[in-house]
Design a protein around this ligand. Structure first.
Ligand code: ZN
Length: 359
């Protein structure tokens, strides 16, 4: 038979152990283990004490029962408190670890800018689109017919010497185009509404040159207008409007006779020097003339129309009825004049200190 004192001693000891184990339970799993060990319905140590009540003498049971109930309430309260305080600590630590410091500086995203040659090409395209031109995109790998022969430069023509290029192995023979004038031929051949043509052909071109003023790859744009009744006056008005749109109306424009195999007559187009503003004494950029050459142009040579007709197998562009003008220049040249750049190699060196001035 257990005595009341014995039961009270065990209750006291249980209370001490419960306190000790609660103090070292630092996670939800450990707390649940303490709860099971002391208050579990079947195997809890406090629960077990209640079973010993029946072994006490009747007069001792009431006092023992009260002591055990106090112990049970104490255990539940302490474990409940411990659970609540652990949940609070876990929540606080999660909040502090997930906190966003809004005072930190933002992460800068590096932003690129457009290359000056792209800027100039887009600006030139915009001007001509505004004048009703379509943009015509031709292949960089082309053939002798489109690059030379159809442009009135047969195999023995001396003008080919100035445009030596890169030839690709294999048949049919292929080459890298030396000028965007290939676009003249291709746009006339592809024309769905002949004989009217009004296209601008920008793109990369290639030549076997590599020195301080020549790059084996550079950029051009070529323009072509064909229809009945097109005159040299249309050429002059169009190119003057283009130069004024790109550089400003204050620049004078002049036309000089010249020679290209695929135009007749041929005309070089100069504009007032943007560096010295056309002072009478000039400057180094304009070689003391006050003028810089900006475009080559001319009236389409009848032989060019004949070549296209021959390829089409019918007379679509009859030189007695239709006429046209063509023009072209290097995008690098226009960019150098526009931005006052003196060395063509700057465009290809990918030096950010140079490029970032344009973005
Ligand atoms: Zn000048």
């Amino acid at each position: 038979m257990s005595s009341l004192d014995d039961l009270k001693t065990r209750a006291h000891e249980l209370r001490e152990r419960l306190e000790g184990q609660l103090a070292s339970a630092s996670d939800p799993g450990a707390l649940q283990a303490v709860r099971d060990r002391f208050l579990g319905r079947k195997a809890g140590e406090i629960t077990a004490l209640f079973k010993d009540l029946g072994k006490l003498a009747a007069e001792a049971r009431k006092e023992a029962g009260e002591a055990l109930n106090q112990l049970k309430e104490f255990g539940e309260a302490r474990i409940g408190d411990a659970e609540a305080s652990l949940a609070r600590r876990l929540r606080e630590s999660r909040l502090s670890s997930e906190r966003i410091d809004v005072t930190l500086p933002g992460r800068a995203r590096p932003a690129g800018g457009k290359h000056p040659l792209t800027l100039v090409r887009e600006e030139v395209e915009d001007v001509f689109i505004g004048m009703g031109f379509d943009i015509f995109d031709g292949p960089e790998v082309d053939d002798d017919f489109h690059c030379f022969e159809a442009l009135n430069m047969p195999a023995d023509h001396p003008a080919r010497d100035m445009q030596d290029t890169f030839y690709l192995e294999g048949l049919p023979p292929r080459l890298l185009r030396t000028h965007t004038s290939t676009g003249q031929i291709r746009s006339m051949l592809a024309n769905e509404d002949p004989p009217g043509v009004r296209v601008l052909c920008p793109g990369r071109v290639f030549r076997r040159d590599d020195d301080i003023t020549h790059s084996p790859m550079f950029h051009q744009f070529e323009g072509l207008v064909v229809n009945e009744g097109i005159t040299l006056g249309d050429l002059m008005g169009t190119l003057e409007a283009f130069i004024h749109a790109l550089f400003g109306k204050e620049y004078p424009v002049r036309f000089r006779p010249s020679y290209f195999p695929y135009t007749e007559p041929s005309v070089e187009v100069d504009m007032g020097c943007s560096t010295c503003k056309g002072r009478r004494t000039g400057c180094r950029v304009c070689k003391q003339t006050g003028w810089v050459e900006i475009l080559g142009s001319g009236m389409v040579h009848p032989a060019v129309f004949e070549s296209v007709n021959a390829r089409l197998g019918k007379v679509v562009y009859d030189p007695r009825k239709v006429s046209g003008f063509a023009f072209g220049t290097g995008i690098e040249r226009v960019a150098m004049i526009k931005y006052g750049i003196s060395d063509i190699r700057l465009f290809y060196e990918s030096d950010v200190r140079f490029l970032e001035q344009f973005s």
